[in-house]
Write a protein that binds this ligand. Structure first.
Ligand code: FA5
Length: 345
């Protein structure tokens, strides 16, 4: 029996050695140490041995079982480690491979135009002002010399929330608000922001669009100051060789009022489809602040004067980037927006 046990141990150890995976090892475990295995059989046969032999054989069986178990466990640990190493090898990351490109967004062309205008005016000592998009009728119209029932209100119909509250039709209410806030002190501001009108949407009109308002109030502010400032805007936005032209116009809050054209940047003034063969393109409304508006804002029109302008940001962006339909700005089609990536300047 002792001989038989030694033989079994050698066999089992050899099979463990030869096993090349966990499945084979498990088969060896079941075959030799399992309930139906030869070692268990031997233990069962112990009853037939003489009482003197029994403890010796019992100890021997246990030693064999321990050897086999130990060897099995060592081999299992080895195979598991092997498996982890193989997996690591297989899944190794090649850090020298080029990375997957990350899609980087870019600024919307309208944001870019507004920021360009802001930078220009900040560099000239202007402050940036803000005002509410849901505005009082008083600031949007009345404080701008447009009392209730004034016919010029028809030019800017809007969305009313109540009789007295509306979506602002232009950024000009910020003129009235800033004058009250500044309490008679001279100032220079620009105010970019969203405005709303009950206009039908088409290629050049939208019910919501952006304006940038400008307002300077102080002593001795003259029409020539306005003209010089507008000239700087035109050259900054459309190139150093742009000429400007002021045409008489009408706004109830400025007197005199003008509309500014720039010489066509495409044809240089000789006439093309961009300028509708006139050589000039209209880009903004402006004028000297009306004395009534100054007075309502708390400034003495005999001492103070001022100029103001209102730029349509979409109009500038359309001209600058050659966009033929204003609706492209609002549909959030990334194919449109991503075209402006390379013009970053
Ligand atoms: C005004 O809104 C005046 N507040 C501008 C102003 C300010 C004049 C200060 C004097 C002093 P107007 O209604 O012309 O003016 O609009 C100004 C600009 O907004 C236009 O030149 C145009 O570029 C743009 N605009 C007007 N309506 C629309 C619209 N429906 N969609 C897109 N842009 C528009």
């Amino acid at each position: 029996m002792e001989q038989q046990l030694k033989q079994l141990e050698l066999e089992a150890l050899a099979k463990i050695e030869a096993a090349s995976n966990l499945k084979e090892l498990n088969e060896v475990r079941v075959a030799y140490l399992g309930k139906k295995g030869p070692i268990t059989d031997l233990l069962k046969g112990m009853g037939k041995l003489s009482p003197e032999e029994r403890p010796k054989m019992g100890a021997l069986v246990n030693t064999v079982r321990e050897h086999v178990t130990e060897k099995l466990e060592t081999k299992v640990a080895h195979l598991e480690e092997q498996a982890v190493l193989e997996q690591l090898e297989k899944e190794a990351i090649d850090v020298t491979l080029p990375g997957r490109p990350v899609r980087v967004g870019n600024r919307h062309p309208l944001t870019r135009v507004v920021e360009e205008i802001e930078d220009l005016f900040l560099s000239m000592g202007y402050e940036i002002a803000e005002g509410p998009e849901v505005e009082k009728d008083y600031y949007n119209f009345e404080a701008l010399n447009l009392p209730k029932g004034h016919p010029a209100r028809d030019m800017q119909d809007t969305f009313y929330i109540t009789e007295e509250t509306l979506l602002r039709t232009h950024t000009s209410p910020v003129q009235a608000r800033t004058m009250i806030e500044k309490k008679g002190e001279p100032f220079r501001i620009i105010c970019p922001g969203k405005v709303f009108r009950r206009d039908n949407d088409d290629a050049t009109h939208s019910h919501q669009f952006m304006q940038v308002e400008g307002l300077v109030v102080g002593e001795n502010i003259r029409m020539s100051d306005l003209k010089g400032t507008l000239d700087i805007i035109a050259k900054k936005m459309f190139g150093a060789d742009r000429e400007i032209r002021l045409r008489p116009s009408f706004f109830p809050f400025t007197e005199p009022s003008v509309e500014m054209d720039i010489s066509c940047f495409k044809c240089g003034g000789s006439g093309c489809n961009v300028c509708k063969h006139t050589g000039w393109i209209e880009i903004l409304g402006a004028g000297m602040v009306h004395p009534n508006v100054l007075e309502m804002g708390g400034y003495d029109p005999k001492k103070y004067s001022g100029f103001a302008f209102g730029i349509g940001a979409e109009r500038i962006a359309m001209l600058k980037y050659g966009v033929e339909d204003i609706r492209h700005f609002y549909t959030n089609d990334t194919r449109f927006i991503s075209q402006f990536q390379r013009t970053e300047g």
